[in-house]
Design a protein around this ligand. Structure first.
Ligand code: UN1
Length: 464
């Protein structure tokens, strides 16, 4: 057993929101550098506990230990980064058109933020939201996925240990349909930030839209890697393996499609299949394991249903496609790395997010054709191109309709110091993580101040 948490009810959400309100005045007026010191301490505690938190992630969520440690590292980085923002949080001062008048923009908190987070990055994603929300002066009610409540609880405990005042960060547990939706519609909440599936995000957008509540959503992806005929093929295969089967394909950035130039299509498929067939499934705590289980029975069944859909649609299954029964695997929700070839762009397996270890390989005539195929899905989160040609990479960079584009690297592994997020069904609203236009723009509002110290009525150009 990994741990036990309470199952929160509506009264718990009420209390959490109330506590967040009570703490808001104190926290809003705490100088941002001081808020940053607490975040810095939290990053230090996370760092000290990295090993045990990484192991906890593997035990609770299933990802292999190296990835669990990476997940914690992302939270550590985010903590230090946002702690530093406490000494910046900069706005602008610009000259007024009138004498004896000045003007500036300030970042101010939004209020009480409801944060709803998924299970696939059980510490990193809460950290992407909690740290920037807190540094900007918001108070928070966090509702983590009910599949990974223990990781989130540890994360919150660390922030409390770092010195966060009571009520600033509140935690509720429970299923999204009950607790998450109640939180999103709660009258005491000012804004919602959500990461998860498109269906849930869309439902929450509907709830928030109807009551004029700001919501930021990060949802699914149907990300693709383009492999051009001049690509370094071994590198492209490694990228497709890492993007397709890393985290057992359970990333919103996962490379679930590989679009390959016809000239190297066969060669790529052979190498990709051979490499994927060597991946070792099993317990993520064991060093030799490459791929862990999928999160739960519902996902397990959904992924296997998609395999059937792919077969019926006429795609050719060349690897996997079934539950792994070998050794200890029979005891868990393990699915073999699965590759479909001869996939056409409109097939459901090439359009819908599967969120498992299933990759569709699609043939393209040329660069233009490949880009059109990549763009022709409802999603727009991440994409990649493998090519040695600087011109092809420039065209891909310009024309791929995704929030993130990788050149000669896989679709996963975004760093926290630039904005993270997608377009179309991948996200509606502003961005996460760092950089200009990233998390600070999500978790703060601009307030603009004009000050006239002339002592007389002055009118701006437009009013004269
Ligand atoms: C997600 O899967 O929801 O870029 C986020 C990446 C990670 C984040 C993924 N840093 O793959």
């Amino acid at each position: 057993m990994v741990g036990v948490v309470v199952r929160s009810g509506r009264e718990d959400v009420d209390q959490a929101v109330k506590a967040a309100h009570r703490a808001y005045e104190l926290w809003r007026l705490t100088p941002a550098p001081r808020r940053g010191e607490i975040l810095f301490k939290a990053a230090e505690i996370l760092s000290r506990n990295k090993e045990s938190l990484g192991r906890l992630e593997t035990r609770e969520m299933g990802k292999v230990l190296s990835e669990g440690l990476g997940d914690v590292q992302e939270a550590i980085d985010m903590g230090y980064y946002m702690a530093g923002e406490g000494r910046r949080l900069s706005g602008e001062t610009v000259p007024s058109e009138l004498p004896d008048k000045d003007m500036k923009s300030l970042r101010v908190p939004v209020g009480v933020f409801g944060l709803i987070t998924p299970w696939n990055f059980p510490i990193a994603i809460p950290s992407w939201k909690v740290f920037p929300a807190l540094i900007c002066g918001n108070t928070v009610v966090l509702k983590p996925s009910s599949d990974t409540p223990v990781c989130a609880t540890k994360f919150v405990e660390i922030l409390v240990e770092a010195g966060l005042p009571k009520g600033v960060l509140n935690l509720v547990h429970g299923p999204g349909g009950e607790v998450g939706e109640y939180l999103a519609s709660h009258p005491g909440v000012d804004a919602i930030s959500f990461t998860g599936s498109f269906d849930t995000g869309k439902r929450l957008e509907g709830i928030c839209g109807a009551i004029h509540r700001m919501i930021v959503t990060e949802m699914g992806g149907k990300n693709a890697i383009i492999v051009m005929d001049d690509a370094n093929l071994d590198l492209a295969v490694e990228g497709a393996i890492w993007g397709g089967f890393g985290t057992t394909g359970q990333r919103c950035t996962a490379a679930s499609r590989v679009v390959v130039h016809r000239k190297i299509y066969q060669k790529f498929i052979e190498k990709f299949r051979k490499r994927a067939s060597r991946l070792k499934l099993g317990d993520g705590l064991q060093k030799e394991t490459d791929v862990g289980p999928v999160i739960n029975e519902t996902q397990f069944n959904k992924i296997l249903r998609y395999v059937e859909v792919g077969k019926k649609e006429g795609a050719k299954l060349i690897l996997g496609g079934k539950a792994c029964q070998k050794g200890n695997c029979a005891e868990g929700y393990f699915i073999e790395p699965t590759i479909f070839v001869n996939v056409t762009p409109e097939m459901r397996i090439a359009q819908e997010e599967i969120f498992g270890p299933v990759v569709s390989v699609i043939k393209a005539e040329n660069l233009g054709d490949a880009i059109r195929i990549v763009n022709r899905t409802p999603y727009g989160l991440s994409s990649a191109i493998y090519t040695q040609d600087v011109n092809s990479s420039a065209v891909a960079e310009r024309d791929l309709e995704t929030g993130i584009v990788y050149i000669n690297a896989s679709t996963i592994g975004a760093e926290i110091q630039l904005p993270f997020g997608g377009i179309k069904h991948s996200g509606y609203g502003r961005k996460e993580a760092g950089g200009r236009g990233g998390a600070l723009d999500t978790y703060s509002r601009w307030k603009v101040i004009y000050r006239d110290f002339s002592g007389r009525l002055q009118k701006a150009q437009i009013d004269k």
